[in-house]
Ligand binder design. Structure first.
Ligand code: AVJ
Ligand code: FE
Length: 445
């Protein structure tokens, strides 16, 4: 009815506004030279992301949903992510910063106009609302990408934020047993879930143990001190040429000085915080650590069962804590802080079995390749997810401190190459349960 339609419009407007506030922060806290510079060949100039955000919004909302004529068709190809690899984007005829800001703002003005004045009703409005939700998620994903660019940039800090909350009551156990059995993976009902999260389907998962927190820098330092990087048996054979070629001996942004490991984080150099989840590791590093620890990475299904399955009701929930939206006491999301909270924080966000920080803090590498769920249908176009399926990308789950809640939920799937580590990536570990443990009640150790 009309009230539901008002609620859809209000939610879409709020999500778009939050995304734009963040985009503005990330693109106004440095000068024009820094906006057009390439801070790393791994990343686009910030001004590319800015106009790309506007161009996608123009294509999906103004043209596809509202049927408007193209505003600037000649720039489509410049902002097509598939046509131009990131390393080549600085050489493109990019809109200069003031024009990019103006273009994105003009598109937004028209998009809000469509939202407020369109005569869409009922299911047509629900479909349009999905498009608005998808656009808000797309902008927030690029905001996270721009935050990665900020982390890679040299020079003094351009961003500041308060420290995340400290650990008040640590988890009782380091790992918990998740009993074997089926659970519902993915969703057919979450309104803004993307194509790759759909449809909901049953998955049988054998009993396993999973860490109650992400792996910390302190634990990772033990792996390094034990010669972990020099011991080929811990490493996937595919990692070795890459590790040698780049001389990798520690997570990205770490360096050794006077017998101590330091790291650079958003323009500030600091000692490695031992209790914080390790960040900026590749899938290969996560996998090697897990083997060294006598463990393994959880599969994507194991991660999602730990994050969503409510054993009492035998039902999958939206988040580890239930169906309610994230709040600042449940999860470290949305760039409210510029780092993960210490391992064991966010008791209010734990799962029924006591697993913490599944949502927020660090993206968690899983053992799984990025593949479609049974019954997958590409939407709204193949290039969002389908072209990335296959064996080249590993799935990351749960979101980092840098992702907004609109683009993070129990079903949300991220993916990247196993060598990637400028992203806000960490991990937790798991292991198979022994047969005699497999059918027991959930227990903690
Ligand atoms: C889902 C984060 C891998 O950044 O490449 C942005 C999201 N897709 N624009 C990416 C995305 C199109 C995507 N990831
Ligand atoms: Fe994009």
């Amino acid at each position: 009815d009309a009230r539901d339609e008002d609620a859809l419009r209000t939610a879409a407007r709020a999500a778009l506004t939050a995304a734009r506030d963040r985009t503005r922060l990330l693109t106004t806290c440095v000068d024009e030279a820094e906006l057009t510079a390439q801070h790393s060949p791994l990343m686009s100039p910030l001004v590319w992301d800015l106009a790309h955000i506007g161009n996608q919004e123009e294509q999906w909302l103004l043209r596809a949903v509202a049927g408007r004529e193209p505003m600037r068709p000649e720039i489509d190809s410049v902002y097509d992510a598939f046509e131009h690899p990131r390393a080549e984007r600085p050489a493109l005829p990019l809109l200069p910063p003031d024009e990019a800001h103006r273009y994105a703002a003009e598109v937004r003005g028209r998009a809000l106009d469509v939202l407020d004045t369109s005569v869409l009703r009922g299911s047509a409005l629900v479909d349009a609302a999905f498009a608005f939700g998808m656009i808000a998620q797309h902008e927030q994903q690029h905001d996270e990408t721009m935050l990665i660019t900020h982390q890679l940039r040299k020079g003094p800090a351009a961003l500041t934020a308060p420290e995340p909350a400290a650990v008040t009551s640590p988890p009782k156990a380091r790992e918990v047993l998740v009993p074997g059995g089926p659970f519902t993976m993915g969703t057919s009902t979450e309104p803004w879930a993307l194509d790759n999260e759909r449809p909901a389907h049953r998955r049988d998962v054998a009993a396993y143990w999973i860490d109650t927190t992400p792996v910390t820098c302190g634990a990772y330092l033990e792996f390094m001190a034990d010669g972990g990087y020099e011991e080929p048996r811990w490493w996937d054979p595919a990692a070795l040429p890459h590790m040698r070629e780049h001389g990798l001996v520690a997570p990205l942004f770490w360096r050794r000085e006077g017998g101590q490991w330091l790291r650079r984080r958003f323009g500030v150099t600091e000692p490695i915080p031992p209790d914080e989840p390790v960040l900026h590791v590749s899938w290969y590093e996560a996998d090697a650590y897990a083997r060294w620890a006598g463990r393994r990475l959880p599969t994507e299904a194991e991660w999602e069962k730990a994050a969503r399955h409510d054993p009492a009701a035998d039902r999958s929930r939206r988040y580890p804590w239930g169906d309610a939206d994230p709040t600042p006491d449940r999860a470290n999301l949305g760039q409210r802080h510029l780092r993960p909270a210490a391992a064991g924080a966010y008791e209010a966000g734990q799962s029924p079995l006591g697993v913490r920080q599944l949502i927020g803090d660090v993206w968690e590498w899983t053992a799984s390749d990025f593949l479609p769920y049974p019954g997958f249908v590409a939407f709204p176009y193949r290039e969002y997810s389908e072209v990335f399926f296959g064996g080249d990308h590993k799935v990351l789950r749960g979101g980092s401190f840098a992702v907004d809640q609109v683009a993070c939920r129990g079903t949300f799937r991220n993916w990247d190459y196993p060598v990637r580590r400028q992203i806000f990536s960490g991990f937790r570990t798991a292991r198979d349960a022994r047969p005699e443990e497999a059918h027991g009640q959930a227990e903690v150790r």
